[in-house]
Each structure stands twice: as C-alpha cells, then as structure tokens.
Design a protein around this ligand. Structure first.
Ligand SMILES: C[S@@+](CC[C@H](N)C(=O)[O-])C[C@H]1O[C@@H](n2cnc3c(N)ncnc32)[C@H](O)[C@@H]1O
Ligand SMILES: CC(C)=CCC/C(C)=C/COP(=O)(O)OP(=O)(O)O
Ligand SMILES: [Mg+2]
Length: 292
C-alpha cells in the first residue's frame, strides 16, 4: 500500500493563500524534493526540514574509503537533525497525553511524530504546502497515529484552533517566512495562559550591525526573510510571550554544517551558513517563552 492510500481522512485545506508571497512559498515547498532531505528522512521515516545540532560521532562515520561511508554520513546528519527536534521538544514543559500541541510550519511532519511519540499527546500542524501536509498525514497513517497527528494546509497567522486550546506551540525554522508581530499574536491567542512557546530559528545578529551578505544569500536561496534577534524579543514582549530561555545554538550547529559540506548531498548553501555563523553575523537560537 502506498503512503497516500493509507491516509484515512482527506487533508484539511483552509482556502488561501492570503498573499502572493504565501503563494510563492506554497509552490516552493510543493516542488521541493532535495535528496538531502528525502534520503535523510528515509533513514527512519522521520522527515525533517531543519538543521542539526551536537557533536559529530566520528567513530560512526568509519573509513571514508569504505563502500558504506556515504550511508553512514547520511545517518549521522539525520541523527543530528533529530537531536535538534528533541532539544526543541525538551523545552515545551510538562505535556500530558490529553494536551494538544501546535506545530506552526510543520513541513513533512517529522517533529510532530516525535512530539506524539514523546508525550502521547495530539499534535496539529499547519503548512502552506498541500504536498507536505499530504506527506505528513500519510506518514502518520502509516505509523497508525493519524488520530493524534494531523497536518493541514493553513496559514500559521490565521489558524482554526480555539483560543487558549494549546498547551504548547512551536516554530522549527519556519518563522522567517512571516511577520513576527502577526505570528506571535496568533501563538498568544491559541496558547493557554501558562502555556509554552518555543522556536528554533536562524536570526541575524544586531551586534554585527545589519544582515551580512551571507544572510542575504540565505534569504535569496530560500525566498525567506530572516529577522534579527532583537525583532524576536521585541515581538514576543509585545504579545505576552516572556522568554524563559534564550540559547545560542550556533556552536552546536556548526559541526553539522561542516560535516554536511563534505557530503555528496550538498546544495550550495553550506558556505553561507558556515561563513555567517563564523563571522558572527548570523546566530542559531532557541527561544522558549511562557505565555503569560
Ligand atoms: C523550513 S520548513 C520547516 C518545516 C518543519 N518545521 C521542520 O522542522 O521540519 C518551513 C515550513 O514553514 C511553512 N510555512 C511558511 N510560511 C507559512 C505560513 N504562513 N503558514 C503556514 N506554514 C508556513 C512552510 O510551508 C514549510 O512547511
Ligand atoms: C535557519 C534558516 C535560516 C532556515 C531557513 C528555513 C529552511 C529552509 C530550513 C531548512 O529546510 P530544508 O531542510 O528543506 O533545507 P535544506 O534542503 O538546505 O536541508
Ligand atoms: Mg534539510
């Protein structure tokens, strides 16, 4: 049986997109099929569209001459990407089986599956891409968790979720596609008071001055608009989201990029990430905030 045939209910689609830009982003992700994402996802069926953190386990890579070395490298990159999602989920607080979580910009749903496996809870995801939502729902059906994990085609700035209904919500590398005031107003509405919001994101560093050429290159590559660290903190403060932790993951993500740059799956954006992380113009941050 194919992935699509296993989907029990049709993917929900909220009519849209609201802006021409969102139409561009929907098309971008509908058309995305990079081996660096699909071959990593094939390792264990968790499909991510985010980057990795943690030390590279060099022993696991074996001898570069050996015939299995590419497979080992892919497995290691995937392990680091899943470690990133684990780290995010570890900041959501105490989540119970009856809670509902919201994944804003859920991609192919890897983080949603991990959240359900970790907490036993329900997870609602939104993406602009119908292909991604169908893929995520297909994976949930294959895993037999379609009753708890659901993706829909919907703008994260205007979701159908009831006010105060979510115990926690997150953006994993998806906040650079939206206005942060609009985004945090919607998270603040959907979260219950005392709930937790977490993002892992790349942001430009106000200490550097302005977005560097590397940051501009990343924006052009992904058609996104990277915000500054200052914008994140200001927009959260304006929307009843009070940071509980701000963790600079830049040193933790560099090993992932340095390893990825040696693989056959490079996409051409590796140097922009490596150079901007090294020159201090760009930072990889986790921000966990309480909805007060
Ligand atoms: C880089 S991917 C991250 C996917 C996922 N969070 C992960 O970690 O695998 C960015 C995602 O943001 C979604 N996105 C961008 N703008 C959006 C919007 N306005 N509403 C809903 N999803 C959006 C895209 O459709 C895509 O799924
Ligand atoms: C940290 C920043 C600025 C992220 C931008 C958003 C983005 C495209 C994330 C990774 O997606 P992906 O996994 O599809 O990208 P790739 O194909 O490069 O692995
Ligand atoms: Mg990727």
């Amino acid at each position: 049986m194919t992935n699509a045939e296993l989907t029990t209910a049709p993917t929900l689609r909220i009519p849209g997109p609201a802006t021409p830009y969102q139409g561009d982003i929907a098309r971008y992700w509908d058309g995305e099929a990079r081996p660096v994402n699909l071959r990593l996802g094939d390792v264990d069926g968790l499909y991510h569209h985010h980057y990795g953190i943690g030390e590279v386990d060099t022993a696991s890579l074996g001898n570069p001459e050996d015939s299995e070395s590419e497979k080992k490298l892919i497995t290691e990159l995937h392990r680091l990407e899943s470690a990133q999602a684990d780290f995010l989920l570890g900041h959501l607080g105490d989540i119970g089986r009856d809670d509902t979580l919201v994944d804003a910009g859920c991609g192919r749903g890897g983080s949603m599956v991990m959240a359900h496996q970790r907490f036993g809870c329900s997870v609602e995801g939104v993406t602009l891409s119908a292909k991604q939502a169908d893929f995520a729902n297909g994976r949930a059906a294959e895993l037999g968790i379609g009753d708890h994990v659901r993706a829909r085609v919907c703008n994260m700035l205007s979701t159908p979720f009831a006010t105060g209904s979510a115990a926690a919500s997150w953006n994993n590398e998806s906040s650079m596609y939206v206005d942060l005031d609009d985004l945090f107003a919607e998270h603040s509405r959907v979260l219950k008071v005392g709930g937790r919001y977490v993002t892992i994101t790349g942001c430009w560093n106000p200490r550097y001055g302005q977005p560097s050429k590397w940051v501009s290159q990343i924006n052009a590559h992904f058609e996104c608009n990277i915000h500054s660290r200052r914008e994140y903190l200001r927009a959260m403060a304006d929307n009843r989201l009070v940071p509980q932790a701000v963790i600079d993951l830049t040193p933790d993500t560099l090993p992932y990029w340095e390893l990825r740059a040696t693989s056959s799956l490079v996409t051409g954006i590796e140097d922009a990430f490596i150079n901007s992380y090294r020159d201090g113009s760009f930072q990889y941050l986790l921000i966990a905030a309480d909805r007060v």
